[in-house]
Design a protein around this ligand. Structure first.
Ligand code: NAD
Length: 360
């Protein structure tokens, strides 16, 4: 049955992939609630914004009255909550905004969702779900292969790994996850939580590692690699994440947490070298793109390794990533080459590729 799904942060990187997937591949109606911070971009939604199943509300999740108005106007069946300040480096430079949006904003949304849900009746009330979208960064750091005896089996994050966030960003997300769980336990608000690994793909704001490297490489600029570049992340193509989120929102069990990951553990330096070799092939020039790699001072408090055990969502909900890292990263590089208009407009705005979060 067709549902009305309210997506917060639907103009962001992952939110826009969720909205495009819902409009293109399902018959659900989407309400995109987004404040349009520096990270929100309606240009990422031009392919679906004409649909009569799509509407947009420019609202701050911290504004209780406006959130209430949107709930009462659109009467959502499901909330998918992605709106957040999302960049670790920015959280080091200015943590206040992260506490405001990620903690106070999530609290405001939970309270308004509770008031709205309490007043629902019958099937509409019984079917209501609040899906909170979070990150694997809440679990902190895992042992790195460089730190253990060769052959040692390395642990993965599971749904029961204790929280140990390292940055203001991950601490604010951890707080919001705990608020969501407590609203379930205390008020019985029907919530679900997902924790996902690092995403990459089209429409990614150019301050994050992968788009920054692609665009700096094309511009002939240095390709900044933090520290030794041996930090490990578990990369997931954004459209695989969007599919997983919709599967959880529709079919996940209330009260459960699902970890989402791509089984693609890569050192940052490997990611940068892979991008360089794809560019050498698809957009060759006189020198190798890898010659532009420059090692810079590491991020303070940088976690060394994240890796997700995604077996629960695979087993219980039948989701699996469709892209390997190799296929996804090639698609991503090709997307940036074909969509200069999108990223040039972003680079003409508030961010021109400068270093963030050095802690100095
Ligand atoms: N990017 C990743 O690799 C990753 C991985 C796992 C989980 N997550 C989580 O997924 C969610 C989306 O991440 P993303 O990378 O798409 O982030 P993003 O920064 O690209 O987008 C965030 C969106 O939220 C909006 N927003 C910010 N503050 C708001 C507010 N106060 N009110 C309403 N809207 C507001 C922004 O305008 C933007 O459109 C976040 O909750 C993040 O913690 C991200």
């Amino acid at each position: 049955m067709s549902k009305t799904i309210l997506v917060t942060g639907g103009a962001g990187f992952i939110g826009s992939a969720v909205v495009r997937h819902l409009i293109n591949d399902t018959d659900h109606t989407v309400v995109n609630l987004d404040k349009l911070t520096y990270a929100g971009n309606l240009e990422s939604l031009t392919s679906v914004s004409d649909s009569d199943r799509y509407s947009f509300e420019q609202v701050d999740i911290c504004d209780a009255e406006e959130v209430k108005r949107v709930f009462n106007t659109h009467k959502p069946d499901i909330i998918m909550h992605l709106a957040a300040e999302s960049h670790v480096d920015r959280s080091i430079d200015g943590p206040g905004e992260f506490i405001q949006t990620n903690v106070v904003g999530t609290y405001t949304l939970l309270e308004q969702a509770r008031a709205y849900w309490s007043a629902l009746e019958g099937d509409k009330k019984a079917g209501f779900k609040f899906h909170h979208i979070s990150t694997d960064e809440v679990y902190g750091d895992l042992p790195h292969p460089d730190e253990v005896e060769p052959g040692t089996e390395l642990p993965l994050f599971t749904e029961t790994t204790p929280y140990a966030p390292s940055s203001p960003y991950s601490a604010s997300k951890a707080s919001s996850d705990q608020l969501v769980r407590s609203w379930l336990r205390t008020y019985k608000l029907p919530t679900l939580v997902t924790n996902c690994s690092n995403n990459y793909g089209p429409y990614h704001f150019p301050e994050k590692l992968i788009p920054l490297v692609i665009l700096n490489a094309l511009a002939g600029k240095p390709l900044p690699v933090y520290g030794k570049g041996n930090q490990i992340r578990d990369w997931l193509y954004v459209e695989d994440h969007a599919r997983a989120l919709v599967v959880v929102a529709l079919n996940g069990e209330i009260g459960e947490t699902y970890n989402i990951g791509g089984h693609n553990e890569k050192q940052n330096i490997e990611v940068v070298q892979t991008i360089c070799s794809i560019l050498d092939e698809v957009k060759p020039k006189d020198s190798k793109y890898a010659d532009q790699i420059t090692y810079v001072q590491d991020r303070p408090g940088h976690d060394m390794r994240y890796a997700i055990d995604a077996s629960k969502i695979e087993r219980e909900l039948g989701w699996k990533p469709q892209e390997t890292f190799e296929s996804g990263i090639r698609k991503t590089v090709e997307w940036y080459l074909a969509n200069e208009g999108w990223w040039k407009a972003v680079l003409d705005g508030s961010y021109q590729g400068e270093r963030l979060g050095s802690g100095s």
